[in-house]
Design a binder for this molecule. Structure first.
Ligand code: NAD
Length: 496
């Protein structure tokens, strides 16, 4: 059986002292093993990145950008293979994998503009014949730690822009679906990255802790669940590192009585069940304003859910695939059970989906639960499965209060025809990414991605302009060239 290794200093290598199973979630079978790097292997990757940094830092940004242009082409040429690897280990259907990859490629395109992004700021004559400028220098070795649910896109949020800015990188991808991530990193090297500029170590907590504690690592980007994000942020910042740690979510959609209900239901269906709900921007709670809106929403949603096709990743006719592991399947079903026990109304029950030929796959069918209340476990926790909760409220303000009271503040949206209500909502809601009749308001690559409250620890969002700021340090230089031989007096105070 294949064991997936690491990419260190341009060479794929294996530290197979410890390994873990990688599953094909559509069949439930073990497909590969992944090596779990020990401390020494991670230190080797950090050393390779450290050694590559001086030359890479001094490589002109335009030359770094040219490699990104070639990388983009290679990603496009190899899209089928990347999507197959994603599908095999994550379970998402090929059209969904392609969407993920496209979003990743857009971050490479943004990194192609790095000469423009690093131009800095310049002021002439800040004093008599004195000029001043700010430049943005790379940090050195930076690390990325990524989740299972976007094995191609989330790493591409991080290292293209970090590397284009002149840093060198050590990536620790999710150990649950590592193949596509490693394959893509090999393409980045094929595009022309010198050995050591991008390194990938597969592993678990031991690898992560080594990255967090090593003084050569200057900054850490993390994307994953909130408890781990909080841990990463605390430990990295206690060690003096810059850190951005993006966490979990519970994204609410407000459905107003004046919403275009057919379109709202279609949008909600895709955003709640697409990718089996394993998206940090999945809409997992619909907050219906008034019973009339709630009844219309439930009626139409129930009808639309009859059409949902759940199945193996390899059939492009399916809408979504399995969840990532058997344990996660059980966890999602456990949340549906708890909702039932707490008195919610299971309108569509996905606990026993029939997927002929894939009886051992980790499937959960689309599930719709009405009359959920904020005290229920299913409402408080991120379920991360194909489960849509409906909460009924009497006013938009009540809906907004619910959203603001939730611990997460990643994404939210409102379905309405009322511009004034939409403007009030987007202006006041305590959430980082807001949609108005847009169910998944994921910012494009030239904006930046991040949530508020316990969905992000740190100051700067991921990718886009914030990515450039995160992966660079401002240096401000003030310069004068006094005329040779002219003697100047001593000044004891600032000039006034
Ligand atoms: P996870 O937190 O379990 O794992 C993320 C990474 O952390 C992995 O690389 C994993 O190996 C590592 N890790 C796990 N436990 C660790 C520990 N105890 N110590 C050190 N490192 C550890 O997350 P996941 O299940 O892979 O991904 C799903 C979660 O990610 C969801 O909560 C989802 O909302 C979130 N997510 C958030 C965003 C965002 O942008 N906010 C995007 C995608 C996913």
């Amino acid at each position: 059986m294949t064991t997936i290794g690491h990419l260190i200093n341009g060479i794929v290598q294996n530290d197979a002292a410890r390994t873990q199973n990688v599953y094909n979630p559509s069949t439930g079978e073990v497909s590969k093993q992944v090596a779990l790097a020990g401390k020494a292997t991670v230190e080797e990757a950090i050393a390779a990145a450290q050694a590559a940094f001086p030359a890479w830092r001094n490589t002109p940004p335009q030359k770094r950008a040219r490699i990104m242009f070639r990388f983009k082409e290679l990603l496009e040429q190899n899209a089928d293979e990347i999507c197959r690897l994603i599908g095999e280990e994550h379970g998402k259907i090929s059209h969904d994998a392609l969407g993920e990859l496209q979003r990743g490629i857009e971050n490479v395109e943004y990194a192609c503009g790095v000469p423009e992004l690093l131009k800095g700021e310049y002021s002439k004559n800040v004093g008599p014949a004195i000029d001043s400028w700010s430049e943005f220098q790379p940090l050195g070795v930076v690390a990325g730690i990524t989740p299972f649910n976007f094995p191609a896109m989330v790493p591409l949020w991080m290292y293209p822009i970090a590397i284009a800015c002149g840093n060198t990188f050590v990536l620790k991808p999710s150990e649950r679906d590592p193949s596509s991530t490693l394959f893509i990193a090999e393409l980045a090297l094929e595009a022309g990255l010198p050995a050591g500029v991008l390194n990938v170590v597969n592993g678990d907590k031991e690898a992560v802790d080594t990255l967090l504690d090593d003084s050569r690592v200057q900054a850490v980007s993390f994307v994953g669940s909130t408890p781990i994000a909080e841990y990463i942020y605390s430990r990295a910042s206690a060690n003096g590192k810059r850190c951005q740690a993006l966490g979990g979510a519970k994204n609410h959609a407000i459905v107003m009585p004046d919403a275009d209900m057919d379109n709202a239901v279609s949008a909600l269906t895709g955003a709640a069940f697409g990718s089996s709900g394993e998206r940090c921007m999945a809409l997992s709670v619909a907050v219906a304003v008034g019973d009339e809106a709630a009844d219309a929403l439930i009626g139409k949603m129930k009808a639309q859910m009859q059409e949902l096709k759940v199945g193996a990743f390899s059939d492009a006719g399916n809408d979504f695939g399995p969840v990532i592991t058997k344990a996660h399947q059980e966890k999602v079903i456990g949340y549906i059970n708890s909702a039932e026990e707490d008195g919610a109304d299971i309108v569509v029950d996905g606990r026993n989906p029939q997927v002929p030929g894939y009886e051992n796959g980790f499937f959960v069918g689309g599930t719709l639960i009405d009359r959920v209340t904020p005290d229920m476990l299913c409402y408080r926790d991120e379920i991360f499965g194909p489960v849509l909760l409906v909460v009924r409220v009497d006013s938009m303000q009540e809906a907004m209060n619910l959203i603001d009271a939730h611990e997460y503040g990643n994404g939210t949206c409102i379905f309405t025809r009322d511009g004034e209500a939409a403007r009030y909502f987007s202006d006041n809601i305590q959430v980082g990414m807001v949609g108005i009749n847009v169910p998944l308001p994921v910012p494009v690559a030239y904006h930046s991605f991040g949530g508020w409250k316990r969905s992000l620890f740190g100051d700067l969002f991921a990718y886009g302009p914030d990515g450039v700021r995160f992966y660079t340090r401002r240096k401000t230089v003030t310069q004068r060239w006094p005329s040779a031989g002219v003697r100047e007096g001593v000044q004891f105070s600032f000039p006034s």
